[in-house]
Design a protein around this ligand. Structure first.
Ligand SMILES: [Fe+2]
Ligand SMILES: [Fe+2]
Length: 265
């Protein structure tokens, strides 16, 4: 196997252990004649960037995603935490659809899912316009989704552009009220400097209202005892963050072959 598992054990006192696979930051960088010559060249440059960043790995992102989805068959649940696409092209969307077809997984988007070309400024308006198109490449509901897996409430929630919404807070509270231990999956780590937009994001000009609700949701996640751990990506390297009394686990990129195995007993 070419994958490099990062294994995390959590103890919730379950009767039977639950095994969850997390995948993140695949960064598919493909383009073809439908996307135009400019994007074909951009895609080649981006593939080269990730190949170097990953230290000249055995497989390309397509190969790793293929292998990871096969590996996922041995798990109770798979959660993909965004940046599957490096940018929006026909070739990337088609490849994601093909590799994920017939597979069961939960998905929340990353900042790159809404990127037309790397270097183009991030935009809330574009995200709004493109969200259905991007959702059509993936199953489920990428804004908020939950499922109970062996007595654990697994929640995937969007914070791709470093914001949360009050609707998400309501949905989160409704899930917590079910009384089961919860684990949360999202793209951006909760201590990511961009998440409360202070200092302001260079492209995204979040309103005071959006910043306030984002802080409120982050605070709720950190303080709510039934939310036991948070799993994110975005940084491309494995790491952890301190979230009050709990730990945030940050998973490295699948373009490096890294997968996250979460074993809960
Ligand atoms: Fe990424
Ligand atoms: Fe990201």
């Amino acid at each position: 196997m070419m994958l490099r598992p990062n294994v995390i054990h959590l103890h919730f006192g379950l009767k039977k252990p639950v095994r969850i696979l997390q995948l993140t930051d695949v960064h598919l960088s493909l383009a073809d004649e439908r996307d135009g010559e400019d994007m074909v060249a951009h895609a080649a440059a981006r593939r080269n960037t990730f190949f170097k960043e990953a230290g000249y790995p055995e497989r390309d992102p397509v190969g790793y995603l293929e292998e990871a989805m096969k590996y996922a068959e041995d798990f109770d649940c798979t959660v993909i935490t965004g940046d599957v696409l490096d940018f929006m092209t026909h070739a990337n969307c088609d490849t994601a659809k093909k590799l994920l077809a017939g597979r069961d997984y939960m998905f929340c988007a990353g900042n790159h899912e809404f990127c037309p070309k790397v270097g183009v400024p991030d935009s809330f308006t574009r995200k709004e316009q493109k969200i259905d198109e991007i959702q059509s490449c993936f199953r489920g509901n990428m804004v908020f989704e939950s499922r109970i897996v062996g007595g654990v409430n697994v929640i995937a929630i969007d914070n791709s552009y470093y914001t949360w919404t009050k609707e998400q807070l309501e949905m989160l509270k409704a899930e917590v009220s079910r009384g089961l231990p919860c684990i949360l999956f999202c793209h951006s780590p909760l201590t990511c400097a961009h998440l409360d937009h202070n200092p302001p994001h260079k492209d995204l000009h979040a309103s005071d209202e959006v910043v306030a609700i984002t802080r409120k949701v982050t605070d709720y996640i950190i303080r709510e005892p039934l939310i036991r751990a948070v799993f994110s990506g975005h940084y491309h390297n494995n790491g952890t963050e301190v979230l009050g009394d709990k730990t945030g686990y940050i998973l490295g990129g699948l373009f490096k072959g890294i997968v996250g195995e979460i074993i809960i007993d």
